[in-house]
Every structure is written in structure tokens, then in C-alpha cells.
Design a protein around this ligand. Structure first.
Ligand SMILES: Nc1nc2c(c(=O)[nH]1)N[C@H]1C(S)=C(S)[C@@H](COP(=O)(O)O)O[C@H]1N2
Ligand SMILES: [Mo]
Length: 583
């Protein structure tokens, strides 16, 4: 064989090796070692921007136009009261074919902002039409009006966004414009004069209350509470990076550490409101909350519905809030009224709350019964049943480092600073001087101790309590510290929190990985490249880089100037033991 022929034979198909190495898993197929026939499709999904009418589409009734339920309630379509309307919407919906969702768990997550556009959700609203047609555009306008320009927009519509690390823990009380947002649909725009709250189901006296009624202190004592709301998807990115999981219809936002925020909420305890309705009837054990926007699930249109147990309400741990940090609720956070459920996952704190219904058992609505489930690790795509997951309720203890950042080169003097307070440092300097963090525990537990490790989790150092923000029963603590760091090169900074019940966090992401990609409660790990300038040799070397005017990073770039001259090399060997021994 001639050389060229042999060379041609030895070549792999292009990119084959990266498939072999699992570097391109979105294209990776199936290795079927069973005797079953299994359909696979390894073509990359074609994501288009339009929906197609199905070939078999039949007799949609054009006189069926989705209308807003009430005057002054823009973006509110009632579904739960009208099964007939639901059925007709379902039929209309089924006449369309929608493009598939983008692959972003096995393929790279786009580095755009918004990160994912969620084309399908926009199309679903347009396909149902009527009052829903302009909801995607209207909602995006509200995002731009109400949120900080530095927000990281993970999903454009329904809007899901979080503040960047530099801003998340700058203040212990999150400014409204920086508080994360987690939406399932559009952002209703409700005229407060037209607004009321319906209380029905198993209450003794079904009642309708206006916001003025709720604010009437002769009827209800007013209450203010510092409460952290945490989405159970917080830090999901770490699970995605390790192993992909459920890609629900509602794309699971690849949240970083910012799906958590703390505000002073003002309103009334729901317990007092239920009392005002004459209390609950025999058998009532749960309260179902209704949010006004339209949510799509399994081809159905519905309102956002979840429930909390009455025991939680009776303990005065649920407030109906109309103020966030002393200001009326922003539209995007539920104006005019939302529930704030202390110590539970954010999903129960229903925004645009317009109805509370007393019921016998937890809500059967999909958000309560089929989402927010925590599966044992061996349940996945092929074997998960909703009844096999734990319904997530109280959030476990968790924590996160805000700086340094992943894969940063940190030059330090033997200890790495970890700070979490607002030092009034200009934004652009923050990353150079601070290491920032939060710690939180749900269910009315609070962070007692925060510990840091600079060696991947062998040695732990406590954050001095004077460097932690004050304790609150229902809120996070931000913190500031420095941690000794002796080693050089790649290492992992790790944080863990102990709450007042002495619960702490699993060590590795894998230990808390679950198909739903919820509750990333494992220790937060940040890989850094440590350069310890307290060592004379390291310091000398850094000075040489300066002298030669050579940048120190990226660390992978070869260095122009030598580590040793040939003379220094010879001199060293004179003092050292020989390389090989004779006997
Ligand atoms: N009506 C309604 N309420 C809702 C949601 C929603 O999609 N619709 N999302 C819930 C979820 S999952 C979370 S984490 C919190 C987030 O509250 P925030 O957007 O004010 O931060 O709102 C909850 N309340
Ligand atoms: Mo959430």
C-alpha cells in the first residue's frame, strides 16, 4: 500500500473522536444491546419560528375568540371556571404542529442574553389567539421597564431572569429591580380599582375582598416580614453541566445561583382572612391559590394553580402581600396581590393571586401534582411516575459563592478573601476584591454557620459570625470572609452551610442530582487557579512577568522568558543528588 492510501484508510470520519469522547452528546445516538426495536432520531432538531397547521386540521370555530375575563384585567383569561372553553382551546391547539424545543442540556447553552427565546411558548399564545396574541410582546416590555439592565434573561418568554453574581448579594435585602423572576406565562396588567380576591370552596362564608378591604386595618392587622423566596431550580446549571435531565414543555431555565431573593413583604396573614370568612368547613385541609395568567400544559390552557396545607396558613406563615420593600408590588412580581409562603419553594408564592379555594387534599392542578417533584436518582425519562417523586415543599439548607468565578486565576497572599457585604465598591472592581456569598435554609430554619474550604472540601474554615448578615427565621444570610489557601494551581473553593437544626449539604452535585433538576443543594464548588504570592518563588516569578511586560493570563499560553538559565540548571545539579544511582 502506498503512503497516501494508508493515510486515507487511517482517517476517522470527521468529528468521530469527539463523539467517542462524549464531547458532542447532543449528536450521540443509542447503543441498543437489547432485542427491542427502538426508534432513534439523531438529526439535530430543526427549530423554526413558526407553527404549522396540521394536514388533518378540522373545523376550528372562528367565532371562538379568547377574551379577557374582566374589564381592567389585561392578560387575565379565566380557564378553571369554564371546562367548555378549555376543551375548545385544546381542540384549536391540537390543530397546530409546533417546532421542538431547543437542545441546550446536551448541546452548549447559548451565550446570548436572552439565553433562550422560547419560540414555542410565543407560538402557543398566538395559536390560541384573541387576548393572548400580544402577551409575549407586552410581557417583554414590562421586563425592560421593571428590571435592572444587568439582569441575566434566561428565558425571554415566559420571562425567567436572575441578577448576575456581581449584584446578587451586594445588599442583604434584594432591590426590587434585581429580584429574580420566574414566570409560567405572561405578566397580567391588572387595574387595582377593578381588582378583587375571591375566597370560596370549603370556607364557611364565601367572600370577595377588594385590595382596600385587605388594607383596612380595622379588619386585618397589617404585617411585614423579611422573607427569602427561592426557586427550586436555583443552581440547576450545576446539575445540567454534570448530567442532563428533564426537558419539560416549559423549558427548565438553566438557573445559576441567582434564583433567590430577599424582600420585606407587607400584607396580611392569610389566617386572618380565612377567619374573616368564618373559618373553614369540616374536611378542609388545603388552600388552593389561583394566579391570573395563562399556563400551557399537555395541550391545555389553564391558570397557575397550586396549594399549601392549612397547617402552614394557621401558623401565620402565609401572607397576602401588596408591598415589596415598601413599594407596591411591581407588575412582574404579582401586582396587585401575591401570596408569600415562608420557607417553601417559590412555586407556592402565587403572583397575580385572584382566588383562594379551600379544598380537601393538595391541588390536583399540574404545577402541584406533576411538577416540582424530587425523584430518586434511578428514575429518569423511561420510568418516572408523578407519584414516585417527593412533592418539594420546604427548601433544604444551601449556600453559594458569588466570587471568585469559575476558572478564574486568583493571585493572593496565602488567603483568599470571601466577602458578601455591600462595600460600596464600584461594580467593575467587585470581582477583583471580593468573594461573595449567600446561605439559606427553608422551613423556618436559618444558617447558623457557613464554612469554606479552599482544598475541595478537606479542611473547613468558619466564616466569622460578625461577617454574616443578621439571623432571620425566614431569610438568607449574606456573608464575607477570607479563607486560608496554601496550595498552588487548580483547586476548588467550596462552601457549605449548617442550619440551626444542624442540617448540612451533600458534598457533590451528583449526590443531589435528580431527573427534574430541582433543588441543587450540594456544596457549591468553584474551581480556581491559585497563585500563592506569599511564597517567595511565586512572588519572584510574578515580578518577572511584570518586568518582561508579559501578561500572566491566559495561563495556557507559553511564556517567552525562561524559568532557568543553562548556568542555573548546571549549578542546581551540582547540589542535587544524581538522577540515577550506580548501586
Ligand atoms: N401566578 C404565578 N405565580 C408564580 C409563578 C408563576 O409562574 N405564576 N411562579 C412561581 C415560582 S416557580 C417562583 S420560584 C416564584 C418566583 O417569584 P418571583 O418571580 O417574584 O421572584 O413565583 C411563583 N409564583
Ligand atoms: Mo420556582
Amino acid at each position: 500500500m502506498d503512503f497516501e492510501h494508508r493515510e486515507r484508510l487511517s482517517r476517522q470520519p470527521p468529528n468521530e473522536w469527539s463523539l467517542e469522547q462524549g464531547l458532542d452528546p447532543a449528536r450521540l445516538g443509542l447503543r441498543n444491546q437489547s432485542n427491542l426495536k427502538i426508534h432513534t432520531d439523531t438529526r439535530p432538531p430543526t427549530v423554526t419560528n413558526s407553527a404549522e397547521l396540521r394536514a388533518d386540521a378540522n373545523d376550528d370555530d372562528p367565532s371562538f375568540v379568547i377574551q379577557e375575563e374582566r374589564k381592567g384585567w389585561k392578560g387575565y383569561v379565566e380557564w378553571e371556571d369554564y371546562p367548555e372553553k378549555k376543551a375548545r382551546a385544546r381542540k384549536r391547539f391540537s390543530q397546530y404542529k409546533f417546532p421542538p424545543p431547543p437542545e441546550f442540556q446536551l448541546a452548549p447553552i447559548p451565550a446570548t442574553n436572552p439565553v433562550l427565546e422560547c419560540v414555542r411558548w410565543k407560538l402557543w399564545h398566538k395559536a390560541i389567539g384573541g387576548a393572548l396574541t400580544s402577551v409575549p410582546e407586552d410581557s417583554w416590555k414590562t421586563v425592560l421597564e421593571e428590571k435592572h439592565p444587568g439582569m441575566l434573561h434566561l428565558l425571554q418568554f415566559p420571562y425567567n431572569g436572575e441578577p448576575p453574581k456581581t449584584l446578587l448579594t451586594r445588599e442583604t435585602i434584594t432591590p426590587n429591580e434585581l429580584h429574580f423572576v420566574r414566570n409560567r406565562g405572561g405578566i397580567p396588567d391588572i387595574d387595582v380599582v377593578e381588582f378583587d380576591l375571591r375566597l370560596d370552596g370549603l370556607v364557611n362564608t364565601p367572600t370577595v375582598l377588594t385590595l382596600e378591604d385587605l388594607k383596612n386595618e380595622a379588619l386585618f392587622p397589617r404585617t411585614s416580614k423579611l422573607v427569602t423566596i427561592q426557586c427550586s431550580g436555583t443552581r440547576r446549571l450545576e446539575q445540567i453541566v454534570e448530567y442532563a435531565g428533564e426537558g419539560d414543555e416549559m423549558i427548565n431555565a438553566p438557573w445559576a445561583e441567582g434564583a433567590i431573593g430577599t424582600a420585606n413583604w407587607t400584607g396580611v396573614s392569610l389566617k386572618k382572612v380565612i377567619k374573616h370568612c368564618g373559618g373553614l368547613k369540616e374536611g378542609a385541609k388545603h388552600l388552593e391559590f389561583y394566579g391570573a395568567e395563562t399556563y400551557f400544559k399537555g395541550g391545555d390552557c389553564m391558570n397557575y394553580v397550586v396549594s399549601v396545607p392549612w397547617s402552614k396558613v394557621r401558623a401565620n406563615e402565609v401572607i397576602l402581600a401588596w408591598e415589596m420593600n415598601g413599594k407596591p408590588l411591581p407588575k412582574i412580581h404579582g401586582f396587585p396581590l401575591r401570596a408569600v409562603v415562608m420557607g417553601y419553594i417559590g412555586a407556592r408564592s402565587v403572583k397575580w393571586l385572584y382566588r383562594i379555594k379551600a379544598i380537601e387534599h393538595p391541588s390536583r392542578a399540574p404545577v402541584q401534582s406533576r411538577e416540582y417533584l424530587y425523584f430518586q436518582q434511578q428514575y429518569g425519562k423511561h420510568n418516572q411516575l408523578p407519584t414516585l417523586g417527593i412533592q418539594i415543599q420546604e427548601m433544604p439548607v444551601s449556600s453559594a459563592i458569588m466570587s471568585p468565578w469559575h476558572k478564574e486565576v486568583v493571585v493572593h497572599n496565602g488567603h483568599i478573601e470571601v466577602t458578601g457585604k455591600d462595600h460600596g465598591v464600584p461594580l467593575e472592581c467587585l470581582r477583583d476584591v471580593n468573594i461573595t456569598g449567600w446561605a439559606y435554609s427553608g422551613g423556618g430554619r436559618w444558617p447558623e454557620r457557613v464554612e469554606l474550604s479552599s482544598d475541595g472540601g478537606w479542611a473547613w474554615y468558619s466564616v466569622p459570625t460578625e461577617n454574616m448578615s443578621p439571623k432571620h427565621k425566614w431569610a438568607w444570610r449574606t456573608w464575607t470572609s477570607s479563607v486560608p489557601c496554601d496550595q498552588e494551581g487548580w483547586t476548588e473553593l467550596v462552601v457549605r452551610c449548617w442550619d440551626n437544626s444542624l442540617n448540612t449539604q451533600p458534598m457533590e452535585v451528583r449526590h443531589s442530582w435528580n431527573w427534574g433538576l430541582h433543588v441543587t443543594s450540594s456544596c457549591h464548588r468553584v474551581k480556581i487557579y491559585s497563585v500563592n504570592a506569599s511564597r517567595p518563588e511565586t512572588r519572584k516569578r510574578l515580578e518577572q512577568f511584570e518586568k518582561h511586560g508579559e501578561p500572566f493570563v491566559p495561563i495556557t499560553r507559553p511564556t517567552e522568558f525562561k524559568y532557568m538559565t543553562p548556568e542555573e540548571y548546571e549549578k542546581a545539579w551540582k547540589k542535587m543528588e544524581p538522577r540515577d544511582v550506580d548501586n
